[in-house]
Design a protein around this ligand. Structure first.
Ligand SMILES: Cc1cc2nc3c(=O)[nH]c(=O)nc-3n(C[C@H](O)[C@H](O)[C@H](O)COP(=O)(O)O)c2cc1C
Length: 142
């Protein structure tokens, strides 16, 4: 069974909710969901696939809790690892930096030698308006 770790940072709960929805749509996998504040290295090293989720705050900045982890991301942890990235944002309010955290984490994971799958899932506004895209993202990775 494919082992998947979903590691998220979320200030108001939207990205956390997306993380749980992704898990619910990967029923055939062995999925662990964890807040980035509680992440342990073995959640990454022992997984076949790691999903990183972060919302975007400030002006195009990584979510506060995720930022410390982002700064510690390294090739020892991620080289050769399959990774996918998702996050919540607001395209109306921040069109120039919409879901910029997804872009930044994708770039950093690639720099660390991870095999990043796909473009990343960018959830705009209300999570409930994005259910089909979230399900499709999860199923494409299962
Ligand atoms: C002060 C503030 C700054 C924000 N900055 C951005 C931004 O730069 N880019 C973006 O796409 N969304 C931005 N957002 C929208 C949040 O990312 C969005 O509300 C998201 O759903 C929060 O997810 P979370 O609950 O998982 O933290 C901002 C929201 C607020 C209130």
């Amino acid at each position: 069974m494919k082992k998947v770790s979903i590691i998220y940072g979320s200030t108001t709960g939207n990205t956390e909710r997306v993380a749980e929805m992704i898990k619910d749509n990967m029923a055939e996998c062995d999925v662990t969901v964890a807040n980035v504040c509680n992440v342990k290295d073995d959640m990454i090293t022992s997984a076949d696939l790691v999903l990183f989720g972060s919302s975007t705050w400030g002006y195009g900045e990584i979510q506060d809790d995720f930022l410390g982890f982002y700064e510690s991301m390294n090739s020892g942890l991620l080289s050769g690892k399959e990774v996918a990235v998702f996050g919540c944002g607001d395209n109306d309010g921040f069109p120039d930096v919409f879901c910029e955290a997804v872009n930044l984490i994708t770039e950093k994971a690639s720099e660390c030698g991870a095999k990043v799958i796909g473009e990343g899932l960018k959830v705009d506004g209300d999570v409930d308006d994005n259910i089909a895209a979230i399900e499709a993202f999860a199923k494409s990775l299962a």
